[in-house]
Design a protein around this ligand. Structure first.
Ligand code: C2E
Ligand code: CA
Ligand code: CA
Length: 300
């Protein structure tokens, strides 16, 4: 009662968003906390567009090392946004907001371009770039990747494409075709956050993959929860049987390194080795090739 039509529509929007985020067949009522969340969201959305134009964004690169010898085989490219107003904002917060607006494409372009420029300075490592579901589903994703790599003069073997199962599950045949073509040209494909969400054995069989990435949440819980350890073990066995690499992410302690080593993981990534570092430091690490000790002095 007493709400103007404009206001009613404005309020329906966050309630709809909230309902959608909980899956199908949900009803959500508007309340003030949604309005506040919407305001924060709009500020992030606008701020991000300015950040992209104004150079407030940076890429950081986190080494991925072999289990044996800790050789750096690649770096995951991770987006960083430092704002004057709020300090650092996590990509886990702003990437989903960009994903819901059209910003994700401009953002993704910048990420790919910056990552391909970085890989050119390394002796042989690959760069592993995250692609959100909407980026992956854009028309002619294959052509887009090929064109960007050609323009940067980067060989396909030096780009790893990280996607999650969310990107593939709504159109499995189209995704399989896209990945098949990319893999055939030599691009590497990693399935990110494996073990969370819709993890499906069907996907692992159906898609041409190079690596499975085990989510930090499993690695962190491995020493405490029998269930987490069992999932890690199962994913590693599966990868071995299919001839895939398996990257354990979020490895923080020596105890985790030992457990993962025993379980047969092929690659490791995490603070136990190095955090994500800036482009200059990544080039230094790449040239050094091996990570003997924890590189805790470097933080991007
Ligand atoms: P992700 O792809 O699962 O990335 C791994 C996250 O684990 C990163 O968080 C990384 O900084 C963090 N991490 C690395 N080592 C450790 C560790 O030892 N312990 C713990 N607890 N965490 C560790 P980050 O950088 O905050 O990124 C969060 C998420 O944002 C990423 O998750 C990814 O989904 C997304 N993201 C980041 N950069 C990009 C990007 O350029 N494009 C897209 N589409 N998404 C991105
Ligand atoms: Ca990732
Ligand atoms: Ca991950």
């Amino acid at each position: 009662p007493g709400v103007a039509p404009d206001d009613l529509l404005r309020r329906a929007d966050p309630a709809l968003g909230d309902a959608k985020s909980q899956g199908r067949n949900h009803v959500c009522l508007f309340d003030d906390s949604l309005d506040e969340a919407l305001r924060v969201r709009h500020r992030i959305e606008h701020g991000l567009a300015d950040a992209l134009a104004g150079g407030e964004l940076a890429m950081a690169f986190q080494p991925i090392v072999t289990r044996q010898g800790h050789e750096i085989v690649g770096f995951e490219a991770l987006l960083r946004w430092h704002t004057d107003e709020f300090g650092a904002i996590s990509p886990a917060t702003f990437v989903p907001i960009a994903e819901e607006s059209n910003l994700i494409h401009a953002l993704g372009d910048w990420v790919l371009e910056t990552s391909l420029a970085a890989v050119s300075a390394w002796p042989g490592q690959y760069v592993s770039v995250n692609f959100s579901p909407r980026q992956f589903r854009r028309p002619n994703f294959v052509g887009y990747i090929v064109e960007r790599c050609a323009r940067a003069g980067v060989a396909p073997e030096r780009l790893q494409i990280e996607i999650t199962e969310t990107a593939i599950f709504d159109d499995v045949d189209h995704a399989a075709e896209t990945l098949y073509r990319l893999r055939q040209m030599g691009f590497r494909i990693a399935l990110d956050d494996f073990g969370t969400g819709y993890s499906s054995l069907y996907n692992v069989r159906k898609f041409p993959l190079d690596a499975l990435k085990i989510d930090p949440s499993f690695v962190g819980a491995m020493g405490r929860e029998r269930e987490a350890a069992a999932v890690v073990q199962a994913v590693i066995h599966l990868a071995q049987a299919l001839g895939l690499s398996v990257v354990a992410e979020g490895v923080e302690t020596q105890a985790q390194v030992d457990l993962l080593h025993l379980a047969g993981v092929t690659h490791l990534q995490g603070f136990a080795f190095a955090p994500a570092v800036n482009g200059t430091d990544a080039a230094l690490l790449a040239a050094q090739r091996f990570l003997e000790d924890r590189v805790s002095s470097l933080v991007a």
